[in-house]
Design a binder for this molecule. Structure first.
Ligand SMILES: *[C@@H]1O[C@H](CO)[C@@H](O)[C@H](O)[C@H]1NC(C)=O
Ligand SMILES: *[C@@H]1O[C@H](CO)[C@@H](O)[C@H](O)[C@H]1NC(C)=O
Length: 656
């Protein structure tokens, strides 16, 4: 119980420190716009905290000043409703729920007047997702188990370094052996790893980790603002999955605590959340308003975690919160510039999700699409709008955002690029063009279509999913170290051509390289310049540019290979996965753990330069998917669980 006291104490201290008679100026909408758009180069999950150190020191200064000058009263006077989360589980853990959840007493300025009730009814028996696997031969089994053991060994090494050098920090720095706070300072790696520890059968380490995680205080943060999306997928998703697997009630209590924290960011006039949330302003009682330019993924990726949390607690408030986002998205789906998809940038403030021109399944939108079929699976079809939205969105994406690249070996693969809905000078719709970009992040799309295709029984989706996953495997294999870069460009096959046939045209590739580099490519002399560009940028054949040559330990490619294997049982995928594993482990391994790479394009006989970073998704996602692809297919079956975008498996509703 000491832990609870500490939690309460920290929280009161924070509130007192932050409550000041003269409110700090709230950022102008321009500043807010700048803040959201400055994240445009960033992706679905991942904002690294480069500004963290500066912000941290500013915060300390502010705290110190306020502490000495303004010992004002906490705005968080406990209210009777604060007990709402104690659902009388009857196991004695209800009380700790209450004490652990300081944000439950957050006074809502714009409370919900009429709460949407949780869906009732019997979940449907949805179509089977996983392939029926034949009994494997003794040789196959031996090989598979060796591979699985190699992945577990790597996880153990990383985990014990984290335990020893960076315990309770957000991340281990894998070269220097320190800790780093990047996601609120709440132990992101610890929480992201809980379910992996369970799945890998590391039960003693799991118990130790849960004891520590039960101690994390979400009352305050060392950061100036909190990325609500990341908090949702890493922390809430992490606790929910660890609870769904282990049944340890302390984990559900922590999920409620994080759920209450996030819910406070929804306290705005139109109940749209702040995606980058100034927690301390909220604690001080500053009125909040949702942003005018926010990223689609950051607004529309709450459904899995929120609905699961409502189902587990019986408290409909999170379900209600997410439906208030999903319903207008549904209503506006066909009104956007590219009907069927929503643009990357949307207005939460105006609830306008149809204005901008760029549409993609990739970075900054990705999980908004990923969560549609997955939510359909989670709730056993009880909310048909998620299935509808998925089918409509994929119909548009398959036609406009996905392309076949021209490759030297004629590989029949697909990549997901960005569809631009052009407007002519009169403001009318013009042709839609595809920006032929490839990203590591968008590699999740193959798995999404394979899974979604099974759920809605559409083989076209499964086939497209397979080609998208194969596109990522192709890009891994094409690089000198067998590891794919963050972003690159390729040349789409001419659309006039028979889609079954896309012959390699070396001159067309060179022209595309020059054009991408902003150079002329008309005469033979100009075309000859291409070789120098290709050599300087170290472009493998097929690539027309490599925009970001890093590999930051991302999971999306193995994620899709894993899902596709579970869905189709295609044998070669295990060898693909093993080749990817060996390449990644070789290039990223450090004395302590594994590190991000700065440049995967360097010559095969030079080691790619490593950087001192290991994001929590390495243990939470990448190693989990590598482990699961080599596990018995019954382990965390896709017919029982659905993975959130941080690879946290949540239990699906099934008919009794
Ligand atoms: C939890 O926090 C308390 C108070 O700081 C500390 O004494 C205890 O050792 C912590 N428990 C774990 C498992 O970290
Ligand atoms: C399957 O998906 C494709 C692409 O979205 C679509 O054109 C087709 O109509 C769908 N088939 C069925 C049976 O719904």
């Amino acid at each position: 119980m000491a832990a609870n006291t500490v939690t309460q104490y920290d929280f009161q201290l924070l509130c007192r420190a932050q409550a000041r008679p003269e409110p700090e100026p709230t950022p102008t909408s321009q500043q807010r716009t700048a803040a959201s758009t400055s994240t445009m180069g960033v992706s679905r999950r991942r904002t690294t905290g480069y500004v963290f150190v500066a912000v941290f020191f500013l915060l300390i200064l502010t705290l110190r000043r306020n502490l000495s000058l303004n010992p004002a009263r906490s705005p968080f006077a406990p209210r009777p409703e604060a007990e709402a989360h104690d659902h009388g589980n009857g196991d004695g853990n209800g009380a700790s729920n209450k004490l652990h959840s300081p944000w439950a007493s957050f006074p809502q300025r714009y409370p919900v007047r009429s709460m949407r009730p949780l869906p009732t009814g019997t979940p449907l028996a949805l179509p089977r997702i996983q392939n029926t696997f034949p009994t494997e031969t003794a040789d196959d089994r031996k090989k598979r188990l060796e591979r699985k053991a190699a992945v577990k060994q790597a996880f153990k090494r990383c985990w014990s370094s984290y335990r020893e050098k960076a315990w309770m920090s957000d991340e281990l720095t894998p070269l220097s052996g320190g800790g780093r706070e990047t996601f609120g300072g709440w132990g992101a790696t610890l929480v992201d790893s809980l379910d992996t520890l369970w799945i890998m059968g590391m039960k003693a380490e799991f118990a130790d980790a849960v004891d520590a995680a039960a101690n994390i205080s979400f009352a305050t943060t060392s950061r100036a603002d909190v990325n609500i999306f990341e908090t949702n997928i890493r922390y809430l998703g992490g606790f929910l999955a660890a609870y769904d697997l282990s049944g340890d009630k302390r984990l559900l209590a922590k999920a409620v605590e994080v759920g209450d924290l996030i819910y406070a960011a929804f306290d705005t006039p139109n109940r749209m959340p702040l995606t980058r949330w100034r927690l301390h302003d909220a604690a001080r009682g500053t009125p909040q308003e949702a942003g005018d330019n926010v990223l689609l993924a950051e607004l529309a990726s709450f459904s899995l975690e929120f609905i699961r949390l409502s189902l587990l607690t019986g408290d409909a408030k999170w379900f209600d919160a997410v439906q208030r986002i999903t319903e207008p998205l549904h209503a506006q789906q066909m009104t956007s510039r590219l009907p069927g998809m929503w643009p990357v940038v949307v207005s939460a403030k105006k609830q306008q999700f149809n204005q901008h021109l760029e549409h993609t399944l990739g970075a900054m939108s990705d999980s908004a699409y990923e969560y549609l079929p997955k939510t359909h699976a989670l709730v056993g079809g009880l909310l048909p709008m998620y299935r509808d939205m998925y089918e409509v969105a994929m119909d548009t994406a398959l036609r406009h955002a996905i392309f076949r690249p021209m490759l030297p070996d004629h590989a029949d693969v697909l990549l997901a690029g960005m569809a631009i809905a052009n407007v002519d000078s009169g403001g009318h719709h013009a042709a839609v063009t595809v920006k032929p970009e490839g990203q590591h992040l968008v590699c999740f799309a193959g798995g999404m279509l394979a899974l979604g295709g099974r759920l809605v029984e559409n083989q076209t989706h499964v086939d497209a999913g397979a080609k998208l996953a194969d596109g990522c495997v192709w890009a891994y294999r094409a690089m000198p170290h067998g590891v794919m870069p963050e972003t690159f460009h390729m040349l789409p096959c001419p659309s006039s051509q028979d889609p079954e046939d896309c012959p390699w045209d070396e001159d067309a590739w060179k022209r595309a390289v020059l054009q991408r580099a902003g150079m002329r490519a008309e005469t033979a002399a100009e075309l000859a310049e291409a070789d120098a560009v290709i050599a300087a940028a170290r472009l493998p054949k097929g690539f027309t540019a490599i925009g970001d040559a890093r590999y930051i330990l991302r999971p999306e490619a193995i994620e899709s290979v894993f899902v596709l294997y579970r869905v189709t049982g295609r044998r070669g995928l295990l060898d693909d996965a093993w080749a990817m594993w060996q390449a990644i482990d070789k290039a990223t391994r450090t004395d302590l753990a594994n590190a991000a790479l700065d440049d995967v394009t360097v010559d095969a006989d030079t080691s790619p330069p490593q950087s001192d970073s290991m994001e929590s998704f390495w243990l939470g996602e990448t190693l989990k998917y590598f482990y699961l692809v080599f596990s018995d297919p019954g382990v965390v079956s896709l017919d029982d669980f659905v993975f959130n975008t941080e690879a946290h498996p949540l239990r699906r509703l099934r008919p009794a």
